[in-house]
Write a protein that binds this ligand. Structure first.
Ligand SMILES: NC(=O)C1=CN([C@@H]2O[C@H](COP(=O)(O)OP(=O)(O)OC[C@H]3O[C@@H](n4cnc5c(N)ncnc54)[C@H](O)[C@@H]3O)[C@@H](O)[C@H]2O)C=CC1
Ligand SMILES: N[C@@H](CCC(=O)N[C@@H](CSC=O)C(=O)NCC(=O)O)C(=O)O
Ligand SMILES: [Zn+2]
Ligand SMILES: [Zn+2]
Length: 379
């Protein structure tokens, strides 16, 4: 029986307040309005950024909210004026939308789209309202996606149709983690064959950077992480060396050490930790004259980066990117094809699986440090 035009009652993980476990609730999901799409979410990943906003450290965090932004599913119904997807299409949700008509989209310089960023940051759909209700209250949306609900409503520029044959428990991870790191390496950094790469933090994002650096033919890939258990992971993805800054001999400075073992510094470094001191180390371990450091990690509200301006005067470059610089509606189908053709690893990132009722375990695993990605089965 079609649910088109009806309010759908379904299960969702609701964050009622910062710092507390998510609560599994029955919620109401309203039908999509003009230029919106209602999606049956089949699988979602859990990203460090979900945990970051849940912790209360996100300047844009609003509660109560339905988190989740690594979602894959099927279109249940579409609102008026939607012509990019139809009922039954397999889709990946996009927290970085692509409208193809705003100043950003037309610039040819960035994947950031400005069309709905203001309302997205407020936890609302583009018309300034929510499609979620629970216990008489409206719930906020999250990053334009809210994939921790069995059904969600998103703007039609916040999702992309992908190949039906691609398994959705894998394509969900292309909705953030894998694409973010891989894209930063193949897109944002202009890595040349033989380059020396420093990857700070070997979670899903850092391991995906390694994957991209290997694709680009990097010479040395040195991973810097405070968790020794990440060495095996880094090796598996193609790193050539692992450094744990906490186990260096007393008095050895990590930046000096890295400059020493790379004959003057890295060609490219990537912060995949969100720690502002690590961001500084990543910049300062770049090679004088040309080394570029790319910030991917998300830092807590109020945190700022600093370095001596001399670091930039002498040719090091500080940059950053969101979603790996990838334009989701245009480029996601070819990433999915690369996955189907065995050119991009995705399965290897999945260390944990839970059903929706046990989604809090994914957050606990992440904090325990032994989880690369947990995938949640939504139905
Ligand atoms: N810019 C963007 O588009 C995106 C940014 N992010 C951000 O990227 C960061 C990484 O995300 P995930 O890989 O999911 O996180 P994760 O928690 O799985 O991995 C982080 C890694 O950094 C390591 N680490 C922590 N402190 C460190 C330190 N002081 N020195 C060296 N290593 C350290 C941890 O041991 C861990 O292996 C987070 O800040 C997340 O919010 C995530 C997705 C997209
Ligand atoms: N809300 C935060 C900023 C969070 C942030 O930087 N998000 C990244 C994606 S992280 C994905 O896991 C991003 O896309 N940033 C670009 C954007 O337009 O939000 C804050 O206020 O600091
Ligand atoms: Zn993410
Ligand atoms: Zn746009």
């Amino acid at each position: 029986m079609s649910t088109e035009g009806q309010i759908i009652k379904c299960k969702a993980a609701v964050a009622w307040e910062a710092g507390k476990d998510l609560s599994i609730e029955e919620i109401e999901v309203l039908p999509p309005r003009a230029h919106e799409v209602r999606v049956k979410v089949e699988f979602t990943g859990v990203c460090h950024t979900d945990a970051y906003t849940l912790s209360g450290a996100d300047a844009e965090g609003s509660f109560p909210v339905v988190f989740g932004h690594e979602g894959a599913g099927v279109v249940e119904s579409v609102g008026e004026g939607v012509d990019s997807v139809k009922v039954g299409d397999s889709v990946v949700l996009l927290y970085t939308p692509e409208c193809r008509e705003c100043k950003f989209c037309l610039s040819g310089k960035t994947n950031l789209c400005g069309k709905i960023r203001a309302t997205q940051g407020k936890g609302l759909l583009p018309d300034g309202t929510s499609r979620f209700r629970c216990k008489g209250k409206d719930l906020f949306h999250y990053m334009g996606c809210s994939s921790f609900s069995q059904y969600t409503v998103v703007a039609d520029i916040s999702l992309v149709k992908v190949q039906d044959e691609a398994p959705k428990d894998k394509t969900c991870l292309l909705g953030c983690g894998v694409t973010t790191g891989y894209g930063a390496a193949i897109n944002t950094a202009k890595i040349s064959k033989g380059d020396k790469i420093g990857v700070f933090g070997a979670g899903c994002i850092g391991l995906s950077v390694i994957q991209g650096a290997v694709t680009k033919g990097a010479g040395e890939i040195i991973v810097i992480d405070i968790n020794d258990s990440k060495k095996a992971w880094a090796d598996q993805f193609g790193a050539t060396k692992f450094v744990n800054p906490t186990t260096l001999p007393e008095g050895t400075n990590i930046v000096d050490h890295l400059i020493d073992i790379t004959d003057g510094g890295f060609d490219y470094t990537f912060d995949c930790t969100g720690n502002v001191q690590v961001m500084r180390n990543a910049l300062e371990s770049c090679h004088k004259g040309w080394g570029e450091s790319i910030i991917i990690g998300v830092a807590a509200a109020g945190k700022e980066i600093s370095t001596r301006p001399f670091q930039l005067v002498t040719g090091r470059v500080w940059r950053g990117c969101a979603f790996g610089g990838i334009k989701g509606r245009t480029q996601m189908p070819s990433l999915v094809q690369d996955y189907l053709d065995g050119k991009i690893k995705v399965d290897e990132f999945i260390t944990h699986r839970h059903d929706l009722d046990n989604i809090n375990k994914a957050f606990h695993d992440m904090h325990a440090g032994n989880c690369i990605r947990a995938v949640i089965t939504m139905h």
